[in-house]
Design a protein around this ligand. Structure first.
Ligand code: SF4
Ligand code: SF4
Length: 167
């Protein structure tokens, strides 16, 4: 199965699995997905307010190479729960991330994978004040904790890479 077929199958399987959950589990999971999206947004906003965008533009997105397996089942359910179609990957761009184009990431911050919103290279870390770094690490801790609770609630590794979930 090629990557595009695996992606389509996995998106559809994630949706069916979600619909098969008991209603109260779904409600708890929906709340956690909302919380996770807010935390992702806060993490990215904190970093961009330090002027990271210019640095990332001149770097060309080195940390975004090989991002193919970053999108998780949980990430794709965020699209589903907010009524949007998931990001449309282009697997022919390898090794560039399939979820990007020449203008950068195709996903708005709140939909980006956890790995992506948590990682900051040294160049970016150095732009932050000690207080900002502390806030960033606190948000990161909350995000990891919310993902852990989503795994626990769903009873499965909902944080696993979407592309590997059907293979
Ligand atoms: S976080 Fe660092 S490595 Fe990644 S795109 Fe920005 S400057 Fe480049
Ligand atoms: S999903 Fe977006 S942020 Fe993550 S590696 Fe790909 S382009 Fe970069």
């Amino acid at each position: 199965m090629n990557d595009q077929a695996a992606w389509e199958q996995a998106v559809s399987a994630a949706g069916s699995w979600y619909l098969g959950l008991p209603p109260d589990t779904r409600t708890t999971l929906d709340g956690l997905i909302k919380e996770i999206m807010q935390l992702k947004q806060q993490l990215v906003e904190l970093v961009t307010s330090s002027g990271s965008s210019a640095a990332c533009r001149s770097c060309g997105g080195e940390c975004c190479l090989l991002g193919k397996y970053h999108v998780s089942v949980l990430d794709v359910l965020a699209y589903r729960n907010t009524g949007f179609a998931p990001v449309a990957p282009d697997f022919s761009t390898n090794p560039a991330c399939p979820y990007s184009d020449s203008s950068g990431c195709l996903m708005t911050p709140r939909y980006r994978p956890v790995t992506c919103v948590i990682f900051n290279c040294q160049l970016i870390e150095d732009r932050l004040t000690p207080a900002e770094r502390e806030t960033l690490h606190e948000h990161e801790r909350c995000l990891r904790d919310a993902v852990k609770r989503a795994v626990h609630t769903s009873g499965t590794r909902i944080d696993r890479p979407l592309l590997l979930s059907c293979r």
